[in-house]
Design a binder for this molecule. Structure first.
Ligand code: ADP
Ligand code: MG
Length: 378
């Protein structure tokens, strides 16, 4: 694996997979991607690490590629930004990166930035000194200290308030921070993994998310495919959840009826793997026989999509999924600049525009046009 500068990397990409797997700005370039499906044999995995990797269910080419990236990324102590719709497995992947890394024996601390009231975020992350504010009767460590030595997973990072962003950026620069109300500088050594859906580009454009912090967090990024972009994984995922929930609810259910399988296959899955998991869990609870029936799934007919098992169409769907993920990654790396993106991808600009039109992707969504957020002050 090589670390390349932007200039250097443009010359060295030899395949689209490399461009997809990389992230031109100060990122890791995956030059030695193993054939799809074969995990990088040069990265020996402990039994513990393998357990976490095996929890990532899916054999589709696009998901295997993501798993390969997880293995590689985990071996480098850098910030990671995981992009993907809700329910695509961002937290699961973050846990895998942590447990495959040298930090596995230390804590993995997940935080949902969107779930903490804005005025409490700084306190949660950095802690406070006693007497820092009314009610702060004793000093309290923040989550950064809790994760010391391990990994802090910042989910929904785009919801982080600007003041906390300034403090986080400073922490990322020198691994130092000041708890609220404290004069003492504290130190912590940890890896940050952040996650967001595409809304971070809107947050940057709207001046709600600092571009400099975004670049810092985005040292390496990983795009997780939607479930509808890897439909061939639906049967395996459904079986996995069936086993999991029959065990958990102590029920004797062996399989899905042909009708139920058909329903799972044709449903659109807007909530991705999470929705599939909940659907199977509910079906296990509701089922009265040894086989899950279509009505146990309770899936709305309105979200049925036409799909086929034919090789040609399955291949077309896999290519289409790859293109979408590739374009998303490319544009987010080049902040919606189509000319630069085309150069990096070694594609004619017109061809790239055509591809964007085909996938109805608006390049301007990836632009960060807002003036930089206010400069830092200690
Ligand atoms: N590839 C996968 N294999 C097995 N379970 C998965 C996979 N992706 C997601 N899940 C499960 O789906 C649920 C949602 O995953 P999560 O990581 O919380 O998604 P996100 O953070 O992207 O919303 C979790 O219960 C997770 O275990
Ligand atoms: Mg999540």
């Amino acid at each position: 694996m090589k670390v390349e500068s932007e200039k250097g990397s443009e010359e060295t990409y030899s395949s689209e997979a490399e461009v997809l797997a990389s992230n031109h700005d100060n990122s890791i370039l995956i030059t030695d991607m193993p054939p799809i499906g074969e995990e990088d044999s040069r990265t020996p995995l402990s039994v513990n690490a393998r357990q976490y990797l095996d929890k990532l269910i899916g054999q589709s080419p696009i998901f295997r590629m993501a798993k390969n990236q997880v293995v590689k990324i985990s071996q480098h102590d850098v910030c990671v930004l995981i992009l993907g719709e809700t329910g695509t497995g961002k937290e699961l992947v973050a846990r895998a990166v942590h447990h495959l890394s040298a930090r596995t024996e230390r804590p993995f601390v997940p935080v949902n930035c969107g779930a903490i009231p804005q005025d409490l975020v700084e306190n949660e992350l950095f802690g406070h000194e006693s007497g820092a504010f009314t009610g702060a009767s004793c000093r309290k460590d923040g989550l950064i200290q809790e994760a010391n030595g391990g990994t802090l997973f910042l989910d929904e990072i785009d919801a982080l308030p600007l003041m906390a962003q300034v403090k986080l950026l400073r922490f990322l620069q020198d691994q130092e921070y000041r708890p609220i109300g404290s004069t003492k500088i504290c130190h912590a050594d940890l890896r940050i993994i952040a996650a967001t859906n595409a809304s971070i580009t809107h947050a940057i454009a709207g001046g709600k998310f600092r571009k400099d912090l975004y670049f810092r967090l985005n040292t390496v990024s990983l795009v997780l495919p939607r479930l509808c972009d890897r439909v061939e994984d639906i049967p395996q995922l459904a079986d996995y959840f069936l086993k999991k929930y029959t065990r958990e609810f102590d029920k004797k259910i062996s399989s899905f009826s042909a009708g139920a399988q058909d329903m799972l296959w044709h449903y659109a899955w807007p909530g991705n793997v999470r929705e599939l998991e909940h659907t199977v869990a509910r079906a296990v609870v509701l089922s009265e026989g040894p086989i899950i029936q279509p009505e146990d799934l309770r899936l709305p007919e309105t979200l049925k999509v036409p799909r086929t098992h034919s090789f040609a169409e399955a291949k077309a769907a896999a290519i289409s999924a790859f293109e979408r993920a590739y374009l998303h990654k490319l544009l987010s790396t080049h902040q919606g600049n189509v000319s630069r993106a085309a150069r990096a991808a070694k594609k004619d600009r017109r061809v790239l525009r055509e591809l964007l039109r085909k996938h109805q992707i608006d390049a301007t969504r990836f632009k960060s046009t807002s003036p930089d957020a206010p400069s830092q002050s200690r």
